[in-house]
Design a protein around this ligand. Structure first.
Ligand SMILES: CC(C)(COP(=O)(O)OP(=O)(O)OC[C@H]1O[C@@H](n2cnc3c(N)ncnc32)[C@H](O)[C@@H]1OP(=O)(O)O)[C@@H](O)C(=O)NCCC(=O)NCCS
Length: 197
């Protein structure tokens, strides 16, 4: 676990997600992305899968879950294994305190330490470029559904990890148990298919 926060502010602790965090995490994601969030194309790479081992983090502040990020094993059409990052969200009343940045830094450090080679995501370059993400290596990659090409970003954790990476990005993680799927479905909200990432 790691903590940060100025002396006048409530400290923020970042730690691995626990099963007891799931309901609060799902509520936070519903609030951040709205009820259609499970229809996003990125979700096609997450549904029914386990997140990458050790790579589901939460931020807690004043006894409340205020941030979440998870990473998921994926593979490109050319067999380049990497991680899909997302969703990243911070509670509205806790934004602009550096919690999103702290979650990102911890997630990337842990991913590197665990031997992962690269991370991709679908998001705003204006936010993610500060963490080293760009579209420079994603031009030949495709998501399994509608998405905005300029929002498909990547960061290599190992130099040249995505050199030559092309084709459809597919889920590569092990399937999750029925029980954990059920827990999320009860805590979260179902949504229609077909929205962009
Ligand atoms: C994006 C998000 C996670 C950032 O969390 P946070 O804890 O506020 O982030 P930080 O405190 O580290 O950084 C805040 C800075 O990022 C900027 N920022 C936030 N979202 C941004 C975006 N989409 N594009 C550009 N800059 C953005 C803020 O304006 C702020 O800028 P400042 O430092 O100049 O004031 C949070 O705004 C959020 O949950 N948004 C809704 C969900 C979402 O869009 N998630 C990302 C897509 S997966």
């Amino acid at each position: 676990m790691s903590s940060f926060g100025s002396p006048n502010d409530k400290p923020v602790a970042i730690r691995q997600e626990r099963r007891s965090d799931v309901a609060a995490r799902e509520s936070l994601l519903d609030a951040a992305f709205g009820p259609g969030r499970l229809a996003r194309t990125s979700e096609r790479l997450r549904e029914g899968r386990k997140h990458a081992r050790g790579l589901a983090l939460v931020a807690r502040r004043a006894g409340r879950l205020v941030g979440t990020v998870r990473l998921w094993p994926v593979v490109t059409g050319t067999g380049h294994t990497c991680l899909l990052l997302g969703p990243l969200a911070v509670a509205e009343d806790a934004r602009c305190l550096g919690i999103g940045a702290a979650l990102m830094r911890q997630a990337l450090q842990r991913a590197q330490r665990l031997g992962h080679r690269a991370v991709i995501l679908v998001g705003d370059a204006a936010y993610y470029d500060r963490f080293g993400f760009s579209a420079a290596t994603t031009g030949a990659l495709r998501m399994p559904g509608p998405y905005q090409r300029e929002r498909l970003l990547a960061r290599e954790l190992v130099p040249d990890a995505l050199t030559g990476a092309r084709g459809l990005i597919a889920a590569a993680g092990p399937p999750r148990s029925r029980l954990s799927g059920l827990v999320d479905r009860i805590a979260g909200s179902p949504a229609p298919l077909g929205q962009p990432a």
